[in-house]
Design a protein around this ligand. Structure first.
Ligand SMILES: Cc1ncc(COP(=O)(O)O)c(C=O)c1O
Length: 368
């Protein structure tokens, strides 16, 4: 069976191309953002997300991009002047450092080379040297390098030392295993436009049961109102039966997100994750055949995002331009240290199948 592929074909690391059903409901008439019917739909969406985060804590649908949820989690968990360890092995680790600085925290980078996962023992060492640290912040899937960080192991260290543990799961939730409560993650941020399969616009922020203990340590955080998760919790409790959030909710985005998550849960998380792994292997084998070696070995591959070296001596931005101009396929280039060294191909959408993977490979094979 041949499949018609919409052009441009989006194969970047988010935003992804949502399923037609998701786009259709997104275009339904705008609903009021309060009242019993809306509240039921909102609560169903947060309950479904709890199953994906695997938390018995709370999930809030902030209106914004992933950075909004990151900002809210870090700003709510920590106070000006506090020391936090920040995993730093790529562009988005660097971003966490910037957010920490923005809140006047004292960030201590725990570094690994770009292209290598963070090492849990490095966090132990950093804690030994800085006994007054109060938290650890780590990116799950470092989208700039495709490296998956060992968040479960780092969580054990956070628990052992009673540190507040925040994970940026913006590019991973719904595409990589996540066990927020079992892995001792206190706060976690994600975004609608990546593995959750919806358009950009919603930034889910999750707070585990222990997380509230950290958030409530200091009532004088002094970081505004919108990004204070205690404000979101207050509305969830006090206005819970008709308007369980403090703002005008982006109702169409939530309806689309719910449709997408419902599809994910119907397919089953495990089945979806396995399907993505198979697609990643197909892509990697194909890349090797055309002389574009994947950036990471298969043993530590990301199932939702692949980086690969270009042909010897070629600046990879040329491949990105060629793919867009000649084939209407959008892929991404390298970021930071990997600029012009790799291409990055996102396959974090339920709409990506073998057909799309083969189209990408076919187009890449024609690059001269
Ligand atoms: C790991 C990670 N963190 C944070 C962000 C920032 O998210 P947003 O652009 O949705 O604000 C991204 C975006 O690609 C990301 O991949």
């Amino acid at each position: 069976m041949t499949k018609t592929i919409d052009r441009p074909l989006l194969m970047i690391p988010g935003p992804i191309q949502p399923e037609p059903k998701v786009l259709k409901v997104m275009g339904e008439p705008v609903r009021a953002h309060y009242g019993p019917e809306w509240t039921e739909l909102y609560n169903q969406t947060t309950s479904a997300l709890k199953k994906i985060f695997h938390t018995e804590g709370d999930v809030f649908l902030m209106v914004g991009s992933g950075s909004c949820a990151i900002d809210a989690c870090m700003g709510s968990a920590f106070s000006t002047g506090e020391k936090v360890l920040i995993g730093f092995n790529g562009h988005f680790g660097d971003r966490l450092l910037a957010v920490a600085e923005g809140y006047g925290l004292e960030p201590i980078p725990v570094k690994a080379d770009w292209g290598k996962p963070l090492l849990p023992e490095d966090f132990e060492k950093a804690i030994r040297v800085n006994q007054d640290v109060v938290g650890i912040c780590v990116v799950h899937l470092e989208t700039s390098t495709t490296i998956i960080n060992p968040i479960e192991e780092i969580g054990k260290i956070a628990r052992k030392h009673n540190l507040c543990y925040f994970v940026d799961a913006v590019s991973s939730l719904g595409g990589l295993p996540m066990q927020m409560d079992d892995w001792n993650i206190d706060l976690c941020a994600t975004a609608s436009q990546k593995c959750l399969g919806a358009p950009p616009g919603i930034a889910p922020a999750a707070v585990g049961k222990r997380g509230w203990g950290f958030v409530n340590r200091n009532p004088q955080k002094g970081h505004g109102w919108y990004a204070d998760l205690r404000v979101w919790q207050k509305y969830a409790v006090e206005w819970g039966d008709w308007h369980p959030f403090p703002i005008t909710m982006a109702t169409n985005n939530v309806v689309a997100l719910k449709a997408s998550i419902d599809n994910l849960l119907v397919e089953g998380l495990e089945t979806r994750l396995n399907r993505y792994r198979e697609l990643a292997l197909r892509l990697r084998n194909g890349l090797r055949k055309i002389g574009m070696e994947p950036y990471t070995p298969d043993e530590i591959m990301s199932p939702v995002l692949t980086a690969a070296y270009g042909p010897e001596g070629v600046e990879t931005s040329k491949i990105v331009t060629y793919m867009a101009q000649e084939h209407q396929i959008k892929i991404a280039g390298g970021l930071g240290d990997l600029k012009n060294i790799v291409i990055r191909i996102g396959h974090m959408a339920p709409t990506v199948s073998e057909v799309e993977i083969d189209q990408v490979l076919d187009a890449l094979s024609q690059f001269r």
